[in-house]
Structures are given as C-alpha cells and as structure tokens.
Design a protein around this ligand. Sequence first.
Ligand code: ADP
Ligand code: MG
Length: 721
Amino acid sequence: MVEEAFDRKAVPVATPSERPEKYYGELVFNRSTMFRYLPKSTYDALVDAIENKKPLDRHVADSVADGMRRWATENGARHYTHWFAPLTGGTAEKHDAFIEHDGKGGVIEEFSGKLLVQQEPDASSFPNGGIRNTFEARGYSAWDISSPAFILDQTLCIPTIFISYTGESLDYKTPLLKSLNAVDKAATAVARYFNPEVKHCITYLGWEQEYFLVDESLYSARPDLVLTGRTLMGHESAKNQQLEDHYFGAIPSRVEAFMLDLEIRCHRLGIPVKTRHNEVAPNQFECAPIFEEANLANDHNLLLMSVMSEVARKHNFRVLFHEKPFAGINGSGKHNNWSIGTDTGELLFGPGRTPKDNLRFITFIANVMAAVHRHNGLLKASIMSATNAHRLGANEAPPAIISIFTGSQLAAILEKLENSIDADLSDLKKRSEYSLGLAQIPEIMLDNTDRNRTSPFAFTGNRFEFRAVGSSANCASALLVLNAAVAEQLENFRAKVDAAVEAGRPLTEAIVDEVRNVIRESKAIHFDGNGYSDEWKAEAARRGLDCETSAPLIFDAYLSDSSVKMFESTGVLSRPELEARNEVKWEMYTKKIQIEARVLGDLALNHIIPVATRYQSMLVDNMVKLRDLLGDDTEGLASQDLDTIKQMSRHMSIIKSEVARMVENRKKANAITNERSKAIAYHDTVVPCMETIRYNIDKLELMVDNEMWPLPKYRELLFIR
Ligand code: ADP
Ligand code: MG
C-alpha cells in the first residue's frame, strides 16, 4: 500500500506483501534481462566485453541499444539519459525521448548504438577547473558497460563516464575505474606469489549511509536548511542524545513506512540494501547494503541518495545528507568498508587457515598500512569538503588526522613480524610459522569486540573501514585515492621482492624481509588509542602525520610531489587533471561558505534582530509601566529585567557588528581572483564571523518569548512524532 501511494508509474508495482526475490532487480537491465532481450550472439559479445574489459563493436552496440529500448519501453520508460557524477557531487541527467521521425509525418521509437555508447552533453555549466575553456571543447559522456542500465522515473538511465574533449576526466567515475584497474594489476601480481592461479583482483565496497529525516513542514520554515542543508543557528535542545536512547532503538512508525518504501524501491533497482537502524542522534538513521564490486556499489550509493530524497518527500520528510545539519549532536558519515578479493575467491585482507595464507594476509595488510601512511595527508584531502569539515575534529567524529586502528591481535602479529630476525623461513610449515605468529589466526579474529569507534580508518576482520568519509560525499573521491595509493605501494613492494629473488633470496624470505621493512617504515600510522583525545593530536604531530585542519590548505595535498607521482605512475589522474580538480574544490568550498554567510546575514538581520528588538521593547515597556504603577517598590524585581534588556542589547550589537564585518570580509575575499587564496580568505576571515554570530543568536533564542521566535527550534526539528 505504501508503494502504491507514490508509484503511479506504468511499471509493475511491488507491494509490501510480495517477497523481494519476485521484484528484486526488475528495473535493471541485468544479465537475465539481457539474455531475454538480446540475440544470443549480441548477449555473448556484450558479456565478453564486460568481463574482459573490451570495447564494444558498433553492430553489437546497435543490437544492445535496440534490446535495451524494447525492455525499457515495455517497462514504462519514455526517455533515456546518460547518467553521470560531475564534480559538483550528486548525479546529472539530461533526458531525451526515444522518438525519431518516421519520414511519414509521424514518429517511431528508436535507440541507436551510437546514442547508447557516447553523447556530447552541453556541459559548459559543469565545473571543470578551466579544462574546457575553449568554445569547441565539449564534454563527452561514454557508457560504462560494467554498470548496468536501469529505469528510474520512466527514464532509462545509462551509467557513463564524463570527460572533456581532450580526454581529461570531469567526473568521479573515470578516475575510479582507472584506480580499480591499477589495483587489479598491482594486487594480482602480489597475490600470485601465494596463488599462481589468480588472474584478477576485484575491489569491493560496502557503504553505510547515515542521514537525518526532518518533517517537511518544519524544514520549509527553516530557510537555512532549505538553502544550505544545515541549520546555521539553533540552541541545543534540552534533551538530545544524552540518554543514548535513539541508537538501535525502536524505529518510529512514520519512519518505518518510509524505510519500507525505500527498500522496495532499492530492491527493484537492484540495490541490495539490507540493514537499517536508528543512529546515535535523534532523527538520525543508517542504511547499508550487502557489499558489491566498488564501481557498482558506488553507483548504487549515488542512486540511493537520489531515490531516498524522492521517497522521503512522498512521506512528508526531507532527508538531510549534510555532514553536520545540527550543532551539538552527532553528524553523519558514510563508512566505506573496503576490501580486495581475487577471482579465485580469496579476500586478501582476511586471515586464512594456513601459514601461507596468513603471510599473504599480513603482506596485504602491511602494504595498505604503508600506502595510508605515505599518503595520509592526501587521504584526508580526499574526504575533506566545506560540509565534512564541520564533522572532522568535532567531538563525535574522527579527528582531522588519518591513522589506522588494527586491534590488539593484529597489532601483536605485526609486532612479532617486525622484530623477528632471520627466522628460518625455508619452510613456512615448520618452526617459523609459530615464531612469526602466522600459524593460527582465528578467522573471525579479528575481534569485532575491541572495535574502536574513534578511528578514521579501522581494520575490521577482513576489510578496512574508512570512516572519515562524509555522508554527502561521492565515495569515489576517497576510493580512487585509496586504490591508487595501494596500487603504487604494491607495485613498489613487488619490485623489491622481485629484485631480491633475482639476487638469489628465496621467495618467502624475500617477502618476509620486505613485509618487515614495510611494517617498520609505516609504524607511525598505527594508533589504537582514543582518536578524540588531545594527547593524540600532540602525538600525531610528533609522529609526522598530517595535522592540518583548514580545508583549503588540506586540498594542497593533491598537488604535492608524492601525490602527483603516485597518480601519474598508476595512470589514475594527470597533473593537469589534478590542478583542474583542485580549482573546483577551492571554488566549491568558497561558494558553500559564501551561500551560508549570505543566508546567515539575512536571517540575523531580517528575522532575529527585529524579533529580539520587539521582545526587548516589550520588556522595557513593562518595566516603565511597573515603575509608574508601583514607584520605587519594584526595584529588586525589575533589576533582573534590566539585566536581560542589557544582555540582549549586547548580543544584538555583537550580531550587527559581526554581520557588518562578515560582509566586509566577504567583499575583500571576493576580490581575490586566485581560487586557492579566495578559499583561504573565506576560511580564515568569514567562517569565524559566522561562528560569533551564531553564538549570539543562540543566546537570544533562550531569552526571547518562545511564541515570537521566528524559526522552528531544535527540539521541534529533532523529534519525529
Ligand atoms: P557495522 O558493524 O560496521 O555497522 P556491518 O558488519 O553490518 O557493519 O557491515 C557494514 C558494511 O560492510 C555492509 O555494507 C557489508 O556488506 C560490508 N562488508 C562486509 N564485509 C565486507 C568486505 N569484505 N568488503 C567490503 N565490504 C564488506
Ligand atoms: Mg561500520
């Protein structure tokens, strides 16, 4: 019944009484649908191209397009679109109807391989960091055959990459795909030391999407939420999360109805969402799927975010993906559970049953640690944004320092290996397996119990969990950096091991030697303690980890020599691309703060000050009248009112002068042409004014008559009834 309420589409409607296996994936052009709609030879050619990463022949593309159109139109689609993820975040679509002239004054529905495979969206209004500055330079979108097409809102969506006329990437998918290839190549070479059967390595991603829900009508009454996605003011509610009664608590029924609708929609789109629960903060929830191949998983996350916004509105909610919509309570992240597996079915970060498996396990773990260590500043840059900056370093979230949590068992094994000298490795089955601690590593070890919630990057049994990723982010931003860094490291590792073997060292010993070196070199990244503590900040600085907290300066890490070398050697991004992408990052940072500052200034002067003034004059009026009536008798009573009047004056005068200062600083910053310097100016001179203004408004909120306060308060926004 819930689904029916909003799904007026021609496509078959799943009802909650139907089981997921009946409708799962029905809106996806997946293998079984391909098989039904494509001629056998086309199907075989397409599967071959997908599996072996080959280009598609033009005739095959025409045949695929025809089958795809037939399937899509039978399922209610009227339009098609190339669906891609520009650097603004989110996804972009431009819909075209299938219709073509039939030559007799009418139309027929058609779809050609040419239109399926490549298009030239008029892309001049997507951010490009100066790459496409000539008028003939248009953007190209090209079909990513590894991610299946799907139907969304009566439109056939074709996942594509988005590149410039000259081939530079203008999206997240292109470098993500390149980074996945780089990992495949580098990890396969190392995995083959342990199992020569391995031909490919696959990167997996399981995201956990956190979000807030706010009642639609209250949302509409908060211009700051509508325009910036977060509350720019609002005093803490007397009750928020201190009782810890929301996390894993019973889901409110209104929210449950929304979640059920969402899940059905997701399952029809082939998104394997599985887990849902309340999060720590009031009105905060989480949704997580079964993990998938990383490129597909990321497309599914982007799709989930747009579907979720739509379904929320049908239920009179607004979904907030902002990392910090409310001050004083937890923000939202998007944990990226990340692992690498082989085509032979092994998970490379999972311990095995034999010492050999375990040496492989430690080899991959140590190399990940080394990659994260070398590029810790860059990884931080990969998750940084104007919005996530509110979350990192604040109390509930990881600090703006990247470190790795391993848990005590893995830490002990790493330590043993690091300190073992000249162990007899000629046969791992003998003594050495015990002395190196590689004999028995319990598979589920890897204790889910001593999970450390304060770590930005945690080992969790057979995968790593990158927790610093923001809830509104495109996961690819973090993944492509992580993948490229790990590919570079594995490549270096392999080169060293091969050189040692060439010089006569037996393979296993060469591997252990090099693993030991890697562990030693990257020790500084390992931290199992409390990441929120001040001691850790001091310790991290001593260890030489990147402790920068200013977002515009953190972005510099993309252009450091070691980053450029890493991106170029793995073929993931070129220097011009990196430069252009950083321009976009700085520009986006500036624009976000600029909008917030404008909204805050307007609200302060047009909403808050007038109301506070009115209330204050009521107090003054009252005092004057009391004195008239009672003479000096009221002295004691009225002095409190006088204090309130004076305090309000102080807050109001600070607000007015800070708004003036903020406007002035913005003007100065806007005059700067260099995007980096402009972003720094916004960070250093505009943001501090905003904080002062907010502080003083929140004080006024506690003084002014509740009935007069012009905006819904936190206690109303945060508790769904
Ligand atoms: P948590 O306990 O952290 O809340 P779960 O154990 O439920 O989370 O898993 C969170 C996510 O991790 C899920 O999306 C799950 O599919 C994913 N996941 C599990 N194993 C792997 C793996 N080997 N690689 C990538 N993701 C994984
Ligand atoms: Mg998790």
